[in-house]
Design a protein around this ligand. Structure first.
Ligand code: GDP
Length: 530
């Protein structure tokens, strides 16, 4: 056997290096925990950090972060999973946006399919809130290592040890603090590095700049901060005894979860987090293909679509498919094959960082996210490849949590309506549900957030010329229905049974209603992401 041609070997080497210097992460948080603020703060820190990880002199002017939110909100449509690429002295950190707020939807989950690591942001006063817990569950099913960041330590909040207990209880991962606050929430004096036991204090230099950080020895810290320092050290020792120090292997193996503390609005703790992302977070990792086997990043080009966004540019009415590059080198203009249809696809129109600016991207590497314009045949989960056929494992799907029927207000638009529903369901805007009680004139849809219904309505109107009436249904609880449950459940008129192309669900009004059914049928199970 002969080895690879020298040119191929050189390319493989380059791909490996490029994959190795990329981090693709998502910040997951309950609305208002400070996700946008932290992303901006990370951008600022990245522009200021040098190769040794030190903050460079003064060149720390606030960088502009692409902010889809404003644009999308002003247009009343959903926020897209955009990505911001930060260059931290040669390490490229792709921060994939996970749309939150009222817009919480399947897109939020899908964004997690594109990353190798997640930063879970927590409000110091609130701990792990509902959406954080749900997003963490997705990280668990996707085997994603998670870093926890406790934010808003400038405000009164809970005790740090208490927050660690909660993290451990809720996630099952061992929280290992990398930094620790001196002073309780609302009275932050500085941050301890739990490994070196040095203290960093901060001096603000005004909005839009990083604070000046000073590293002090334990002796100096003891002198300056007396009992607050002593308390912090005791707490650090206590948690270290129980949980150990942060460990990269355990973090990557999802056994432990590094923890940071900070104040995103004042950029306190952000540089530590950025350094950790750069030095310790996983690089662009091999992605699993359909058969479960990881595909090495040095294989020929292949990428997976994780989001499709229509009409991103109102002037052009186009559709952009966001793909995560999984292997190989991307060159704009290369011809690709769409695995699901077998059709060829030209990548002449490829975009890089999204936001107000649409930059053309010429070359990209594993871990990067590229937007492909007018890719109307692409759906979330689809694969594009350059050489031999490959398909990545499907994106997780979630049981819907809200239900409605949708019908055209003008019956003469029924044909356009059906076409629109098929296309938008294919894009993953909503899930179409089959139910014996519903008709083709007023089909049933399921969503995770109500914004999905708004997007559906506005797009049916704008793109398919059909105005619709959306009637919410009363169901709030969902359980999986097995074949053996079916006979019994079908006899009941007070619940509804629906099917998707993968699952069958029973829908219940509320917990009380579900309990009443469970008295007869104990084994009904919660659907989990698949
Ligand atoms: P998102 O909804 O998670 O993106 O949260 P935002 O970044 O929009 O922040 C929500 C609110 O919390 C804003 O008013 C921020 O200024 C504020 N905020 C974010 N981080 C901090 C922090 O560390 N301390 C304080 N006091 N407020 C913060």
């Amino acid at each position: 056997m002969t080895g690879p041609a020298p040119a191929d070997a050189a390319l493989a080497g380059t791909i490996e290096r490029e994959a190795d210097r990329r981090r693709t992460v998502a910040v997951i948080a309950h609305p208002d925990a400070g996700k946008s603020t932290l992303t901006e703060s990370l951008t600022l820190a990245a522009s200021a950090i040098d190769e040794a990880g030190a903050v460079k002199g003064k060149a720390t002017r606030r960088a502009t972060v692409s902010d889809w939110m404003e644009i999308e909100r002003s247009r009343g449509i959903s926020i897209s999973s955009a990505v911001v690429q930060l260059d931290a002295a040669g390490t490229l950190i792709n921060v994939v946006d996970t749309p939150g707020h009222a817009d919480f939807s399947e897109d939020t989950y899908r964004a997690l399919a594109a990353v190798d690591c997640a930063v879970m942001l927590i409000d110091a006063a609130k701990g792990m809130e509902a959406q954080t817990i749900r997003l963490f569950e997705v990280c668990r099913t996707r085997d994603i290592p998670v870093i926890a960041v406790v934010n808003k330590w400038d405000r009164p909040g809970r005790e740090a040890l208490d927050l660690l207990d909660e993290l451990e209880e809720r996630t099952g991962r061992v929280p290992t603090p990398v930094t620790w606050p001196v002073g309780e929430a609302g009275d932050l004096q500085g941050l301890v590095d739990t490994t070196t036991e040095t203290l960093t204090t901060y001096e603000s230099t005004g909005g839009g700049h990083l604070p000046v950080a000073t590293v002090r020895s334990g002796a100096e810290a003891a002198e300056r901060f007396g009992s607050a320092w002593a308390t912090a050290l005791e707490e650090v020792e206590l948690t270290r005894e129980v949980r150990g120090l942060p460990d990269q292997d355990d973090f990557h193996a999802r056994v432990s979860m590094p923890v940071f503390f900070g104040v995103a609005t004042k950029h306190l703790g952000t540089v530590d987090l950025l350094r950790f992302l750069r030095d310790t977070a996983p690089p662009a990792l091999p992605r699993r293909t359909e058969d479960g086997a990881p595909r090495p990043v040095t294989e020929p080009f292949a990428a997976q679509v994780f989001k499709v966004q229509a009409n991103m540019d109102p002037a052009h009415h186009d559709q952009v498919a966001f793909v995560r590059i999984c292997s190989g080198r991307f060159d704009r203009g290369m011809m690709l094959t769409h695995a699901q249809s077998g059709r060829r696809f030209n990548t002449k129109h490829a975009l890089s960082v999204f936001g107000r600016e649409r930059d053309t991207v010429d070359v990209a590497w594993p871990g990067d996210v590229v937007g492909l314009v007018n890719a109307t045949m692409l759906h979330p989960g689809d694969t594009l490849y350059s050489d031999e056929a490959v398909e990545f494992e499907p994106l997780p799907r979630f049981a819907p949590e809200m239900f409605a029927t949708v019908a055209p207000t003008d019956p003469s638009t029924a044909k356009k309506f059906r076409k629109g529903m098929q296309q938008l369901a294919g894009e993953g805007v909503v899930q179409l549900l089959e139910s014996e009680r519903r008709t083709a004139q007023a089909p049933m849809v399921g969503v995770i957030g109500s914004l999905q219904l708004e997007v559906l309505t506005s797009r049916l109107q704008a793109e398919f010329g059909t105005a619709v009436r959306v009637e919410p249904l009363p169901w709030t609880m969902v359980r999986l229905v097995t074949d053996s449950d079916l006979a019994l459940l079908e006899r009941r008129r007070d619940l509804e049974i629906v099917t998707t192309d993968r699952d069958r669900y029973g829908l219940f009004r509320d917990q009380w209603h579900l309990n009443s059914v469970m008295r007869e049928l104990k084994g009904l199970e919660l659907p989990t992401p698949v």
